[in-house]
Design a binder for this molecule. Sequence first.
Ligand SMILES: C[S@@+](CC[C@H](N)C(=O)[O-])C[C@H]1O[C@@H](n2cnc3c(N)ncnc32)[C@H](O)[C@@H]1O
Length: 277
Amino acid sequence: MGYDPKYPRAHYDSLGIEEWTRLTNSRHGELNFVVHMDVLQNHIEGSMAVLEIGAGAGFYTKELVHMCRRLVVTDISKVQLSLNQQNMRELGALNLVDEYRELDLVDLSSLEPESFDAIVCVGGPLSYLLDKESVGVQQMLNTVRPGGIIVLGVMSLINSVVRLMHFISPTKKNRGLANTRWLLETGLQDREHNTETEHYCHMMTSADVDTLLDLDSVEVIEKRAAGLLGMAGENALNAIRGDVELWNLIVDRELEWSKLPSSLDLGENLLYVIRKR
Ligand SMILES: C[S@@+](CC[C@H](N)C(=O)[O-])C[C@H]1O[C@@H](n2cnc3c(N)ncnc32)[C@H](O)[C@@H]1O
């Protein structure tokens, strides 16, 4: 099945406010957030015009508004965009967002070419494009200026398999062995191979992302594993969350180990920072 925007739109319209609490109501979410913030703080500068794609309810919008000169916030889901506005209003930050637009990553043609210094597309918008992933990458490259950067986060296949291992057996029961093999080997949860959910997406390995970004116009400047230690599981992390000294040590290790090349595929999200040549 090719990409059809109606599925991610419907999925995120129905999720509603869950997107706002995604990174605070779990310890693995907290660790994931810390790495994203480290990357954003290292690469987003106060002088920049920034485009946020797939901004959701605004968990990063609320940070980006204070980090750049101009911020345009976009998402494919009307519901997420309106939650984003509501959340920014409650935080007194709505006037810091320059513009909101309902936009699909596969078509950014309504934006002025090369008009942004940076694009932030994290939390997996690219993971919904299926056969249009390269189109999405190209659209971002058209929209950022030469020398500008793109912070790109996708869902990790290996981390998902580890964390959701208990679903593998029911998956085989419901979808059969061949479709389970397809899911594990390709990371693709598509219509042809699954009838249980309309959450069609592509969980990726670093090999998938490296292939997508293997372009003359792209220089990869950083790769990070975000949410690596989340693999310990919520019970184990909750047991130490109350001990501030110990939790800070874990956060410190999450940040350091997220930089190791060998960690990359184990993070919940694979986070790439690329520069347009
Ligand atoms: C997991 S949420 C991430 C939200 C936010 N970036 C974050 O990290 O908290 C994914 C977001 O991508 C949006 N999205 C999915 N497909 C998209 C597409 N084709 N174009 C733009 N946004 C899309 C969804 O509506 C949703 O808000």
